[in-house]
Write a new protein. Structure first.
Length: 257
């Protein structure tokens, strides 16, 4: 089952063409890693998929439905978006904030199913002990995990996560990625932007490598070769293929990169 399909997507900020002819397909159960250097268009791409930005041309469908024609609860049941940053604004417990992820599924009163989903997500992400804390009292990394938990609790068909690993330590990174893998089913997919190529290689089924708003390469983790990484990032790397999934060691910036 195809979860997400992009066909010839173009997007410009004012007159500056930022995404150029982006096409790809994500199958159910799949985790798509979107990688590329700063400014290559990763966040812009997620915002186009999420209807926050309107593409100049091209089509985005989630399970066959055009994103441009969806809104409100229909959109929120289809798609969840965890942005890079979001400030806590009003006092709320961790539990209650994660529970707001259930809004697209609930009536005015949360059901016992909603409460169970939230409890399970908090447990999977190791957030149980923080459940009754005010979100304003959390560290940056803890708060980030809570936002990710809210995305999981929303149970959309497609979950978009923008650099979820930023500000998380190693243990929290693995907890989030393992929870994400466990969360995926044949009828769901996720697209995640990554800076860490090793984590992307280890956890993703598909990678989309962006350079200057274009797809430079696309495929399984095996596409992370020296020939691809060096021109995209302007960095000399060593790539070990001792394991099925490549392991990348950055060496030095390339001259003129
Ligand atoms: P990435 O997520 O890969 O770092 P972005 O999608 O944030 O890249 O940015 C892609 C390009 O679009 C960059 O050149 C950036 O400066 C530009 N850009 C991002 N947001 C805006 C904006 N709101 N207005 C104008 N240009 C923007």
């Amino acid at each position: 089952m195809v979860i997400l399909k992009l066909e010839d997507l173009d997007f410009s900020y004012n007159k500056s063409r930022t995404l150029k002819e982006i096409s790809f397909t994500l199958e159910g159960g799949g985790l798509l890693g979107i990688v590329g250097p700063n400014g290559s268009g990763k966040t812009t791409l997620l915002k186009c998929i999420n209807n926050l930005l309107t593409p100049d041309s091209g089509e985005i469908t989630v399970k066959g439905e055009k994103m441009s024609e969806l809104g409100g609860r229909d959109l929120a049941r289809k798609l969840g978006f965890v942005p890079q940053t979001e400030e806590p604004v009003f006092p709320s417990t961790v539990f209650d904030l994660v529970l707001t992820g259930r809004t697209p599924h609930s009536s005015w009163k949360p059901s016992s199913d909603d409460l169970t989903v939230v409890s399970d997500v908090l447990k999977d992400l190791g957030l149980e002990e923080l459940a009754l804390r005010d979100v304003n009292s959390l560290s940056g990394g803890q708060f980030r995990k809570v936002l990710i938990a809210r995305g999981f609790a929303q149970e959309p068909e497609l979950l978009l996560l923008d650099e979820p690993m930023a500000s998380l330590d190693l243990r929290h990174q693995l907890e989030v990625l393992n929870t994400l893998r466990g969360w995926l089913t044949e009828s769901r997919g996720a697209a995640v932007t990554f800076h860490d190529l090793n984590l992307a290689a280890k956890y993703c089924d598909e990678l989309l490598i962006l350079k200057d708003g274009e797809v430079f390469a696309r495929g399984g983790p095996e596409i992370l070769t020296r020939e691809v990484i060096e021109p995209v990032y302007g960095v000399e790397v060593e790539v070990s293929k001792a394991t099925v999934r490549p392991s990348i060691t950055p060496i030095r910036p390339l001259a003129g990169g």
